[in-house]
Write a new protein. Sequence first.
Lengths: 561, 162
Amino acid sequence: MYRYDHFDQIIVNERVQQFRDQTRRFLAGELTDDEFRPLRLRNGLYIQRYAPMLRVAVPYGLLRSDQMRMLAYIARRYDRNYGHFSTRQNIQYNWPRLEDVPDILAHLASVQMHSIQTSGNCVRNITADHLAGVATDEIEDPRPYCEIMRQWSTFHPEFNWLPRKFKIGVSGALADRAAVQWHDIGLYLVRNDQGEVGFKVLVGGGMGRMPMVAVVIREFLEKKYLFSYLEAILRIYNLEGRRDNIHRARIKVLVKSLGAEKFREKVEAEWLRTRDRLILDEKEVERVKAFFTPPAYDRSAVDDKTLERHIAADPAFATWVKRNTRAHRVSGYRVAFVSLKPPGVAPGDITSEQLDAVADMADRYSFGQVRSTHDQNLLFADVHQAHLYALWNDLKRHNLATPNIGTLTDMICCPGLDFCSLANASSISIAKQINDRFTDLDYLYDLGEIQLKMSGCMNACGHHHAGHIGILGVDKDGVEFYQIQLGGSPGNDAAEGERIGPSLGKGEVATAIARILDVFVEQRDGDELFVDCVRRIGIEPFKARVYAGVESKKVRAYAHN
Amino acid sequence: MRIIDKQLQMVDDDWEIADEDADLSAHADVIVSAAHWQKERDALSTRAGRLGLKIGGDTPLEGIAPDLDRFALVALEFSKFSDGRCFSQARLLREKYGYGGELRAVGDVVRDTIDFMRRCGIDSFALRPDKDAEDALRAFKELSVRYQTAVDGAVPVYRQRR
Ligand code: SF4
């Protein structure tokens, strides 16, 4: 994992001082609300419904155990004993005091962390495949490039005041686990016919009011041109993106209005002008790559016989291994998920005790590292199979072993009305409703992989457009309603889900999902995945069942939602 | 106009931003809008005083590029401090069009944006009048290390690491 050198440390330290002074000027009345807002946002600090919210960057989801302990310490000392992992692999605190934030940032800097550009109209935290470096289907590890781009985008003088936020996602594997096509810029590491590895560049993806899947604008980009190409895209966007309407300001709107081909022409022209002046420095790539070499694996791990014995002896453990662990590139090792979706807990929430416990487990079982995933769980990337049983026992003690990874209840859920000042409706209470309804894990296992994603408003922080089942909270004269859409996907087959009909009342969501699942069970072809079934039979059968018995008058009344 | 100049000193200089219908005294150093320039280029060209051009984030640079050598100064107008288009305009003027004259930030120019403006090739700053100049000058000392190269000639960190 990357470690700061002298220069990186100076940069975060100076940022703490800079923000301390900005906060002081604000509190002294030298900066107005309007002037301070974009400055604090560039440090991840929001003023939310009840309190400030601080979003801390977890670059491409990687954390060391000492950093986890610091996150726990901050939760204990400055917050209410918990944090919340977001869909950008970051962690958020819901209750810090504005006056304390400079001190919190100083604590973060002491463990090589920061909250730089976790909000605001600038390049945000770059996300990546959570299995990077251990996936069995990987072409090249994307993390060195993510780190290089993190540095390039940090305080980039030209692109700090873009029309709107800007998200970059990267995958180096065949299977897209990073929702790459839903990003403003999506990058896939690919191999060309000559066997060289470079980037496939996509642009214009994004959720929110106008969901769009990104389009490919370059099939193959030599690595040395990474910066020049990114800068060309950002420059065109910075100059031509709309600034008159916040809902039309993302790059996707520009790509759509120009047309992908015209946009591509502009980018390529700008890139041809600049590409030889801004070559990615090979030595720097090598330097950064050296931080991501594999840890010292035990080559005899595969000879272990204890895992098999524990699986045979303990069915609950066997279930957990099956559901919450994944194959590792090195035989004898597994990837183990830490489920942050136990029943009764807001998805992605984690207490300071759990943060500390995870840090200890990371030290004990996974080379001192842990990762956050974009679907709001954590994982240990490198667990010796002989340690899985002990790990499971530790996880269980801390309520982190719910064997539901990949199932319906492993849902993405934004903070919604409980915290967020933009929300139209509660999402955490709907998550609870779904958890209360679907308690039979065997039923959930039979259903296979289903990605349920839920947002409390059109901003789509809960990725509802990309859910196999997507739920969107809407507000109708002060009353919460919910729209359901089906057939979306975050992966290689990225697509926006299709809305099944009028929005439903708050008490009806879990029932509607039960009906949708009934249709799936009846219509399913063998082991077919839910999303494939939806795509095969269309949404009509689901729609008919969900609205069966709902009076037509009521349907009409909601129809304009 | 009171500005922060290239040497990061607060100074008064003689540039004035001229209204389109104002009577221009022949010897004054005036900054005119692009529209003004297009309309009265002949009259403006024969004046004795120096000429500056004011553009905004939405001014297409191709249109003014052929005339750039007529201007001793180009003023980039930031309509709002959060409108970042002129950062790119500045870089393009320097790096694409090779403009070597003075680039001046005018409009909503505040402490928290001027350091990055400087990195993009802007070399003088007409601060918003209500802002304290001594305070603003601190902006240039906040960050001492740069991750990326820009127009300012900063040696990016990745080259210092070798
Ligand atoms: S989707 Fe809406 S309600 Fe949910 S966190 Fe984002 S802005 Fe807030």
